[in-house]
Write a protein that binds this ligand. Structure first.
Ligand code: GLN
Length: 538
C-alpha cells in the first residue's frame, strides 16, 4: 500500500482543536492496525518555537531527538504513544531558511526564486518526507492557522498541488470549522462555515470531510444544508461536540464514522475495526474517580492554561491510574513569600514546582520548596524546579545564604547551579540548549529507582544550567542525595531527600513522556504520595 496523506485545515476561528481532531483520527486509524504519524506545519517565521515566550503559543514541547516544537506534538505523542521528531514540525521560517540557504549556495543559479514553485516545492518535499521511510501507512498533516490567513497560503497551495500530484486514493482533505450557537435566536449558524469552505475552495482545495465544532448536536437537516453549500456529501459533514475530556474525542469521532470515511476515501483494504479497549478503560477510570488529591503547581505562567500543558496532562494520566481526581491548583510564584506561603499552600497534598526561565517568581519558588521540605509535603521539582530545590537546600540547610543559580546571579559566592562549559561558548539563543533525550543512571535503592522500577532511564532535557558538581559532596553529606547521574558526563540529573516522605527534583522533563496508556512513574509517584498524605491527614 502507498503511504496515505490526510491534510487538516481549519476555518472560522483559531483554537478549534485541530490538533485534537488530528490526534483522534490518527488514534482510530492506529487502533485499526495502521502505522500512523502526525506532523504540523506552522505558518510563523520563527525557525521553531524554542525562542517563544509560553504566552505566545503555550508550552514548547521537546521531542526525543531534541526538537523544540509546537505543543500539538505533545498531543500527537500522548494519543499515539509514538515518538515524533524534528521532521514532524515545520515552520515557515524553516522552509524559507532552507530555500534561502540553497539560493546562497547557488542551487538555483540563473533562476528567480519564488513562492511558487520554490517555497511550495520545499513545503511539499517536507510534507512527503516522513512517508519516504516506509515506516508509516498514514501521515496526517495539520496546517496551523486558519484558511484565508496570508501566512498559511503557501501551505494551502502546497496541499492543492499535492491533491493533483498524488493518486486520488492516497490523499484526503479534512476541514475543521465552527458552528456558532446564537443563544438569542436559539439557532446554530452555518454561514461562517460556508464562507470558510468557499475560501478553501477558492484556493483550489476541495474538502472530503467537514468536521464541525459545535456546542449543540447538528440535526440531519443542518448537516444536509452544510453539505449542499459546502460541496460534500451529507454523510461527510460530521459534528465534533464539546467533550468532557480531550481523550473522549476519538470515541466521538468513531461514532461519527470519521475513521470509516478515511479508510473508504483512502481505499485502505483489510482494515480491522478499531481496538480501543485500553483507551476505554483509561477513560472509565478517568471519568469515575474514587478519590481526590489537591496538587499545587507553582509556576510563573499560570494565567495561560497551555503554558504547562504536558504537566497538566501527566497529572490526568497518573490520576486515572489510581482512579484519583487530581485537582491542580496553579499558583503564580511571584505571589509567594515566606509570610504567606503557609496560607497559600494550605491544603496541598502535593507540590510541583514548574520549569521556567529568568528571575521573575524565582524567590516564590524557593519559598514553596522550603515549605514542602520542612512540612513533609510530597514534592516534585522539574528542571528550574529542581534547580531551585538545590538553591533552597544550599541556603537553608548548608547555610550558604546567597546560594543561587548563575542564570540570575552571576556573581554569587555559591553558584550551586551554573553554566556548563560548552554552554559558556554559546552566543546564539535558538536551539542551543541541552535538548532532547539523554541517558540517566539511577542509584540502586533510591526513590527514583524504585519509582521507575529500573536504574537505566532516558529522559528529555531543555536547559542550559546544571547542578554544580563542586558542591556535590557538601549536599550529599548533609542529606540531599544525587540519585541520578548522566553515565557519560556525570552530570547530576536527579536529587532526592531520603529523610522526607517524597521529595525529588529532576533536571529533565518527565511530563513530555507521559501518556494515558503509560502514565509517567514520577507523576504516579507524586499522586500516590499525595494520596497517602491525604489519608494521613484524615
Ligand atoms: N532556566 C533553566 C536553565 O536554562 C531551567 C530551564 C527549564 O526549566 N526548562 O537551565
Amino acid at each position: 500500500m502507498n503511504t496515505k496523506y490526510i491534510f487538516i485545515t481549519g476555518g472560522v476561528a483559531s483554537s478549534l482543536g485541530k490538533g485534537i481532531i488530528a490526534s483522534s483520527l490518527a488514534k482510530l486509524l492506529q487502533a485499526r492496525g495502521l502505522r500512523v504519524t502526525i506532523q504540523k506545519f506552522d505558518p510563523y517565521i520563527n525557525i521553531d518555537p524554542g525562542t517563544l515566550n509560553p504566552y505566545e503559543h503555550g508550552e514548547c514541547y521537546v521531542t526525543e531527538d531534541g526538537a523544540e516544537t509546537d505543543l500539538d506534538l505533545g498531543h500527537y505523542e500522548r494519543f499515539l504513544g509514538v515518538y515524533t521528531s524534528q521532521a514532524n514540525n515545520v515552520t515557515t521560517g524553516r522552509i524559507y531558511h532552507t530555500v534561502i540557504t540553497k539560493e546562497r549556495e547557488g542551487a538555483y543559479l540563473g533562476k528567480t526564486v519564488q513562492i511558487v514553485p520554490h517555497i511550495t516545492d520545499e513545503i511539499k518535499r517536507r510534507m512527503l518526507l516522513l512517508g519516504q521511510s516506509g515506516e508509516y501507512d498514514v501521515i496526517l498533516t495539520e496546517i496551523g492557522g486558519t484558511v484565508g490567513d496570508m501566512e498559511s497560503q503557501p501551505f494551502v497551495e502546497a496541499v492543492r498541488q499535492l491533491q493533483w500530484e498524488l493518486p486520488e486514493e492516497d490523499c484526503m482533505s479534512i476541514h475543521l470549522t465552527l458552528i456558532p450557537y446564537l443563544s438569542a435566536a436559539k439557532e446554530l449558524k452555518t454561514k461562517p462555515t460556508q464562507h470558510s469552505v468557499q475560501t478553501l475552495q477558492q484556493s483550489g482545495v476541495k474538502p472530503d470531510v467537514i468536521v464541525c465544532r459545535t456546542e449543540h448536536p447538528l440535526s440531519p437537516e443542518l448537516r444536509k444544508k452544510i453539505a449542499l453549500f459546502c460541496n460534500v456529501r451529507p454523510g461527510h459533514v460530521i459534528q465534533s461536540i464539546d467533550a468532557w475530556s480531550i481523550y473522549q474525542v476519538p470515541l466521538n469521532m468513531h461514532e461519527e464514522h470519521l475513521d470509516e470515511l478515511a479508510v473508504r476515501k483512502l481505499q485502505i483494504e483489510n482494515f480491522n475495526s478499531p481496538d480501543l479497549n485500553v483507551w476505554r478503560s483509561f477513560l472509565d477510570r478517568l471519568r469515575n474517580p474514587s478519590s481526590e488529591v489537591d496538587i499545587v503547581l507553582v509556576g510563573k505562567y499560570v494565567e495561560l492554561q497551555d503554558a504547562y500543558k504536558s504537566i497538566l496532562e501527566a497529572f490526568v494520566h497518573a490520576g486515572a491510574a489510581y482512579r484519583c481526581k487530581v485537582q491542580v491548583r496553579e499558583i503564580q510564584s511571584e505571589r509567594i513569600t515566606d509570610d504567606n506561603v503557609a496560607q497559600l499552600l494550605e491544603g496541598a497534598d502535593g507540590i510541583l514546582v514548574a520549569p521556567g526561565f529568568g528571575e521573575r517568581g524565582l524567590e516564590g519558588k524557593v519559598c514553596a520548596i522550603r515549605h514542602a521540605r520542612e512540612n513533609g509535603i510530597p514534592f516534585l521539582g522539574i528542571c528550574l524546579g529542581m534547580q531551585m530545590c538545590v538553591v533552597e537546600y544550599a541556603r537553608h540547610v548548608l547555610g550558604f545564604a546567597d546560594a543561587a543559580s548563575t542564570e540570575v546571579k552571576p556573581d554569587t559566592t555559591h553558584p550551586v547551579i551554573c553554566l556548563m562549559e560548552e554552554q559558556k561558548k554559546t552566543t546564539l539563543k535558538g536551539g542551543t540548549m541541552r535538548l532532547g533525550a539523554y541517558a540517566c543512571r539511577l542509584q540502586e535503592g533510591s526513590l527514583a529507582a524504585s519509582l521507575y522500577g529500573q536504574t537505566d532511564i532516558k529522559e528529555r532535557h531543555r536547559h542550559r544550567y546544571e547542578f554544580n558538581p563542586d558542591y556535590l559532596e557538601a549536599f550529599e553529606a548533609s542529606g540531599l542525595k544525587a540519585s541520578g547521574r548522566n553515565p557519560d558526563s556525570g552530570l547530576v540529573e536527579v536529587v532526592e531527600l531520603p529523610s522526607h516522605p517524597f521529595f525529588i527534583g529532576v533536571q529533565f522533563h518527565p511530563e513530555y513522556k507521559s501518556t494515558p496508556e503509560r502514565p509517567h512513574p514520577l507523576f504516579l509517584g507524586l499522586v500516590r504520595a499525595a494520596l497517602d498524605a491525604r489519608t494521613k491527614k484524615q
